[in-house]
Design a binder for this molecule. Sequence first.
Ligand SMILES: [Zn+2]
Ligand SMILES: [Zn+2]
Length: 254
Amino acid sequence: MVQVDLHVHVAGHGLAPMVRAARRAGLKVLGVAEHVFQFRGGRELVPGPALEGPLMEVGDYVARVRLAGGDDLAVRLGIEVDYRSGLELRLAEFLKPWPWDYVLGSVHDVDGRDIALVPDGDWPSHWAGYWRLLEGAAGCRLFDAVSHPLRLAALQPYRPADLAERLAALAELAAARGVALELNTDDLMVIPELQKTLLAACARAGTGVVVGSDAHHPRRVARAFGEAARALAAAGIGEVTAFSARRPEAVPLG
Ligand SMILES: [Zn+2]
Ligand SMILES: [Zn+2]
């Protein structure tokens, strides 16, 4: 059993219902990783995506998440930050004052366009741009883990011919930098075979694996974690990665 969900959002439905759902699901660790663009100060850096709830103050969020949970459930303070090339220093400045347990880096757009939208249908160069950003996120030292590295494959049917090789290279780069990659269970439901390719690449390279439901609603917390446990076991991976005060910790599959 996977007992750690490191990727839930609270902007839409609040923190307490997500914590209740985590307890119901029998989790031991819940990681709250709200989008950087949901925060005052963060939205100025990443202005594109639609708001998923009211804009929040980072200080309020930090205080609320740190008070949540208890002996039965550890609640970890995270944030999901859109990686954009050239923005690294400003993102680092934004993150610096706060006591994060971990920071997820993610790619939601390429050249300012949502990753699902390719007006000219040029998928090969779109994928090339996507890989560059994923590699940038894994290598920039801002992040503890890169979330949903296969999101572009989950959103559309085009597959580059070298996808398995690029995933292997990403897993190797991440392992070399001490960065984990995420098994995103939202994507696992859409592209189970590719997620297995990702896990095999992580197992070969020795890359840490974070599991996240990407829940934006309490019903989705720990969603498809049974499938996740089976996929991890099939890849020969016996533990997942959690973080406390930016240090990785291995949590065995229960
Ligand atoms: Zn995301
Ligand atoms: Zn997310």
